[in-house]
Write a protein that binds this ligand. Sequence first.
Ligand code: HEM
Length: 347
Amino acid sequence: MPRCPRPAYARRGWRRARGGGCGPRNAAGAGPRGPASGRRKNARPDRAWARRCPLGTLLARLRHRINGPRAVTQGITTDFSRKMSYGDYLKLDQLLGAQEPLSGEHDEMLFICIHHVQEIWLKLLNHELELAMRCIREDQLRPAFKAMARAGRIQGQLIGAWDVLATMTPHDYLAFRDKLGSSSGFQSWQYRLLEFRLGAKDEFMLKPHAHRPDLLGVLEKAMAEPSIYDETLRLLARRGLPVPAEVLERDLTKPHQENEAVTAIWTGIYEGAEEGFDLYELAEELVDLEDAFQTWRFRHMRTVERIIGYRMGTGGSAGVAYLRQALERRFFPELFEARTRIKQPSV
Ligand code: HEM
């Protein structure tokens, strides 16, 4: 398994260059403006001095006056018959060919696009969370914070997408709802993977994936592995904090149960933030994660309420009533319980 990446600034050796500029150093160790700096691939040697010398600048202006401005498109690659293009690299034919409405209704495109966009963000969110968990496991909290900060931005995008979907009226949706059959976001395996990684383990959620052994395998693996909170509690134990054995050795396929001793540990971390600032920061990152996840759930529930009212869901649930009870599910209960316990700091 790959290790936590070192921060980019450490990897690339970004330092202030002697010549005054900042940038990656070349093999000879010189900065970007230093004399030994690697020359840009297409830079013309006669232009290099011109950029530095005031006479050169004057000549360039003169040339501009005589010849007119250089066409802005000059040098741009336009022949992709033998080169990889933007669309080739991003497989845009596949990506943009995937939005195939089943009805002739205008708003079905919006419905499909929002789902695709959210699934892509879920993909990246899972990717970042996987990294954060690995870093916590390896006691590398700084790169973990970086991944968690990015996860927070992604969650912002996921939440913002509801604003676009909320422009769809009940009438618009009912026009194509029949075409959806029994399909529902409830069957989103990426969403379940995320929930499992956050600690909401639930065997029932594996059932809709029984017909896809490949996806079932991914979910079963995540179900048996520690969640991000389990990784955090193990880290606290490694730091010598008294996390009870029954918490550390619990059955990982079940959700974590609120524990009094863990609440006491978090209360202590919050009250003595100066001594263990990284743990305090980790606690806040986790709270951000849960907070944004709950906001997404809430916005989903309210968007659904305004579009379908109190009808059943296409997936067969009670609809809004089902989504409302999901809001009660917590990931990191002690982090919220500790907030009630923290003593006022002495001034
Ligand atoms: C008109 C738009 C939407 C409606 C009416 C709707 C409705 C529902 C309903 C009623 C459920 C409960 C399960 C069921 O019976 O189907 C559900 C679950 C779900 N939906 Fe949506 N939804 C919409 C848009 C979206 C979008 C854009 C996403 C993004 C991926 C999404 C993701 C989910 C997920 C992940 C669940 C499972 C939630 C859980 O189990 O806690 N939904 N949806």
